[in-house]
Design a protein around this ligand. Structure first.
Ligand code: SAM
Ligand code: SF4
Length: 335
């Protein structure tokens, strides 16, 4: 390695151009959501996780290869010590057009205005119930009022766009589709419904009993509000619909029932520095070894990223129960 012959962009074998990365900044979390992790989750030893400097170097390499959009996720990004120092550096990273964050919202009252000032354009805030007891059942330890205060703080901070994320599950919150949509509509913010994915361990339930299709969720909303499809995809997996006269958009992320792989423009990096070419396949590349090898530099990292595009799989198989699924936890992967 060591040559600088890489093209200035990331294109895979299927002609898809990768210009969006999701970086997991921690596997840790102050919640234990039933669809994401077990109650007695064991987190990674510190030496296995990337330093904030190493995460920054990865972001830099990607932007030099044409990535324009970075989402920080986890785990819960806001529990990482000193995460704001990373956010501030990314906020002024040359070439980066959008810096996004996905959070459970529990600490947004503390961080929202600093995130906005550091250059975060948009935030996604996960909320699966507006009922305090249910919220606790789903998150196992989360407090609803902290998240609601966090959402208010995000609205007050004036991000370009705020989107709520809700995973609707039979037996947990399937009767709250309208309440959650109404909550978003009343505040003029977006909401996306995410189908529960067969990733990691759901120890409290059997996913075959809980997973709700977004066609069903959509039909519930459509019965109250007429929905019109929007062309705006915000270059992610969400398909949006609009409600006449309302500012809020309703998004549907439907990896289980609708395959959206043909226009996939993104890859992920885990907090261990593993580049994941697809959420639903095992294909990955170890970046941490390159970062920690003193004989290698930025060009080696960039060459590795370019070469990795060749193994980006064509699609995932979440909808095929007979197809083996990768053994992954969402907090490790970066949802
Ligand atoms: N802690 C932050 C949060 O909850 O927003 C960021 C990380 S979390 C892994 C990112 C998103 O993934 C959340 O919206 C969460 O609801 C979603 N998620 C986690 N596990 C999931 C699963 N098995 N299926 C579908 N969505 C999942
Ligand atoms: Fe934590 Fe987010 Fe996973 Fe919930 S979904 S346990 S908040 S990482």
């Amino acid at each position: 390695m060591g040559n600088t012959n890489h093209p200035n962009k990331l294109v895979d074998k299927f002609g898809r151009h990768v210009d969006y990365i999701r970086l997991s900044v921690t596997d840790r979390c102050d919640f234990r959501c039933v669809y994401c992790m077990t109650e007695d989750m064991t987190f990674l030893p510190r030496k296995q996780i990337l330093s904030l400097e190493e995460i920054y170097q990865i972001a830099q390499a990607f932007t030099e290869l044409g990535v324009r959009k970075i989402r920080l996720t986890g785990g819960e990004p806001l529990v990482r010590t000193d995460v704001m120092s990373l956010v501030e550096r990314l906020g002024v990273l040359p070439g980066l057009e959008e810096l996004l964050l996905t959070t459970n919202g529990a600490q947004l009252d503390k961080y929202a205005s600093a995130l906005k000032a550091a250059g975060v354009n948009r935030v996604n805030i996960s909320i699966d119930s507006l009922d305090a007891d249910r919220f606790k059942r789903i998150s196992r330890v989360g407090k609803l009022d902290k998240v609601l205060t966090g959402i208010d703080a995000a609205i007050a901070a004036g991000f370009d766009r705020i989107r709520l994320n809700a995973v609707i599950m039979q037996g947990y919150n399937e009767d709250e589709v309208i309440a959650l949509a109404d909550y978003a509509i009343a505040r003029g913010i977006d909401i996306a419904f995410i189908e529960e994915m067969p990733l990691g361990e759901a120890s409290d339930h059997n996913r075959e009993d809980t997973t709700c299709s977004n066609d069903w969720v959509r039909s519930i909303i459509e019965a109250k509000y007429g929905l019109e499809n929007s062309d705006d995809t915000t270059a992610g997996p969400s398909r949006y619909a609009e409600i006449a006269g309302k500012k809020s958009r309703i998004g549907f992320i439907s990896p289980v029932t609708h395959n959206f792989c043909e226009d996939c423009n993104r890859v992920r990096v885990t907090v261990e520095g593993r580049l994941l070419l697809c959420l639903g396949n095992e294909h990955s590349v170890d970046l941490r070894t390159i970062l920690r090898d003193e004989s290698l530099g930025m060009d080696d990292l960039k060459n590795t990223l370019v070469a990795a595009m060749d193994i980006k799989p064509e699609r995932h198989y979440f909808y095929d129960r007979d197809h083996p699924q990768p053994v992954r936890l969402m907090n490790m992967t970066g949802g």
